[in-house]
Design a protein around this ligand. Sequence first.
Ligand SMILES: [Zn+2]
Length: 65
Amino acid sequence: MAGKGWTNRGSNNHNGQINLGSTMRPSSTYANQIAYVMHCPKCVCNNGANGCDIHDRLCPYHQGG
Ligand SMILES: [Zn+2]
């Protein structure tokens, strides 16, 4: 389990991206990871992230993530 609760809905990382919760679906790019929805309040857009990437997820629009 993640030690810092990044997978908790509503957690926000140091890049300002907010976790909107699990999609309950496996990641398409990483084995043994669940896909999550991340929200960028700056662009007001939603993006996918792997559970292991939430803490370091960048917005694909304004942060090049
Ligand atoms: Zn953004």
